[in-house]
Design a binder for this molecule. Structure first.
Ligand code: NIG
Ligand code: FE
Length: 415
């Protein structure tokens, strides 16, 4: 017989259920359960309700009774990161803040290509180690699902090394890593050919191996003047779709165009959107594409935030992710970034929390997480407070005290 566990009581539990996928959410719409408990069986939620009632009804359950005030939320979902990389770009950061331009930084050996060089130098085992270390830090901060992109390999061999490292790291961690192939990050400087030839080479030689080795079912591309244009990416995305891959796009970061490609290809998400105007915002809002804000990139680059308020007001679905990467978003603290975005963009508590829970899960097409109700994964996090509003009010400096993944404690501040 399998063990049933009862965890609680929680002064407040936010199940994040019965909230819309798209558009604004007011805090009045939040369901707040008081003195609640969660019944867990085989890593999944069997029931959520009043702790005392669950206790009386399930006398066979193993009890995890908590003392003191706790508020319980779904584990966070970070739907966009690049945490598999070698080296550091602290030089880029110092130069950028010292007033150097993108071109000057690239000429001095910085930019994405610097990380490609450092990542290529690392062995697969070294990348596994680095990815695990970063993922553990995210897990400690309450993130129980992390998307991780390749894109610093930029050849068949090197992209495979990255994706195999991500898969290996996933197997060694309680947190779920969701891999994405970002071979279309930039034209590698050592490729003998143009953008179209590079993309053909990747599609022909890498895509079949991704399937064979089950390394990812997601294909991403950076659509930007400095990376790939709409016309260059079209046949690449067509091939990806014909093989059954899901599409996601780095869109409208510095110039517009990517969001239109995302909508036309039925991408799961369009991420960045700092440069989106009302035209792109409406286009996304009228589609099924999830719009993902990456406030960590705005903070890292010192530029404007994604127009999150306008996206929601237009009826869009807004996810918020960390974009944790060595170049534009080195901080990698999702809760801090989401709270700051909320403050600058005037997002309600529920809109921010939705953006890092069930709306972020939708950005990864995952229907089994981001909410706390029967049948969902028992991924939840506890904060030492009797009022959930304290969490965003502290702008990320207030961290979870306990993290549960699949019903097991994977981080406990007191231990
Ligand atoms: O999401 N925009 C393109 N790619 C990354 C940055 C990668 C890097 O600078 O290393 C991003 O911000
Ligand atoms: Fe990114």
């Amino acid at each position: 017989m399998s063990t049933i566990k009862l965890i609680g009581p929680f002064r407040q539990l936010l199940p994040m259920t019965r909230l819309p996928l798209k558009g604004p959410i007011s805090d009045d719409q939040l369901i707040i359960l008081e003195d609640a408990g969660i019944l867990v069986e085989k890593g999944k939620i069997k029931s959520v309700g009043r702790f005392d009632t669950l206790k009386a009804d399930h006398t066979n359950a193993e009890l995890h009774e908590l003392k003191g005030d706790h508020t319980c939320l779904p584990g966070f979902v970070d739907s966009h990161t690049h945490i598999c990389f070698g080296g550091s770009r602290s030089n880029d950061y110092a130069m950028r803040n010292g007033g150097k331009t993108y071109l000057e930084i690239a000429k001095a050996g910085g930019g994405i290509w610097d990380t490609v060089t450092q990542t290529r130098k690392a062995t697969e085992a070294e990348l596994v180690k680095k990815t695990i270390k970063r993922a553990k830090q995210h897990l400690k901060n309450g993130t129980t699902t992390i998307e991780v992109k390749s894109g610093y390999g930029l050849s068949v061999v090197e992209e495979l090394k990255m994706l195999r490292a991500i898969k290996m790291a996933d197997g060694q961690l309680p947190v779920d890593l969701i891999p994405t192939c970002l071979a279309a990050h930039m034209l590698p400087k050592d490729f003998m050919g143009n953008e179209v030839e590079y993309l053909e080479y990747i599609a022909n030689e890498l895509f079949p191996i991704l399937k064979e080795e089950d390394l990812t079912n997601r294909i991403d591309a950076f659509i930007e003047e400095s990376a790939f244009t709409k016309s260059q990416i079209t046949s690449y995305f067509q091939k990806a779709k014909s093989l059954g891959f899901d599409i996601t796009v780095h869109a409208d970061q510095f110039s517009t165009g990517g969001s239109k490609v995302a909508v036309e290809f039925g991408a799961i998400s369009a991420d960045h959107l700092e440069a989106s105007t009302q035209t792109e915002i409406n286009l996304l809002a009228n589609s099924d594409v999830i719009s993902t804000a990456l406030p960590g990139a705005s903070l890292g680059l010192g530029c404007n935030f994604t127009p999150a308020r306008k996206i929601l007001d237009a009826g869009g679905a807004l996810a918020i992710a960390s974009d944790h990467n060595p170049g534009s978003a080195p901080m990698g603290d999702l809760l801090t970034q989401a709270a700051v975005l909320g403050s600058f963009e005037k997002l309600s508590n529920s809109e921010v929390l939705a953006g890092i829970t069930f709306r972020a899960a939708a950005a990864l097409k995952l229907q089994d997480r981001g909410q706390l109700s029967e049948g969902f994964l028992a991924d939840f996090i506890l904060f030492h407070t009797d009022d959930y509003k304290e969490i965003l009010y502290n702008q990320g400096s207030f961290k979870p005290c306990v993290v549960f993944k699949n019903g097991e404690i994977v981080f406990d501040k007191h231990k």
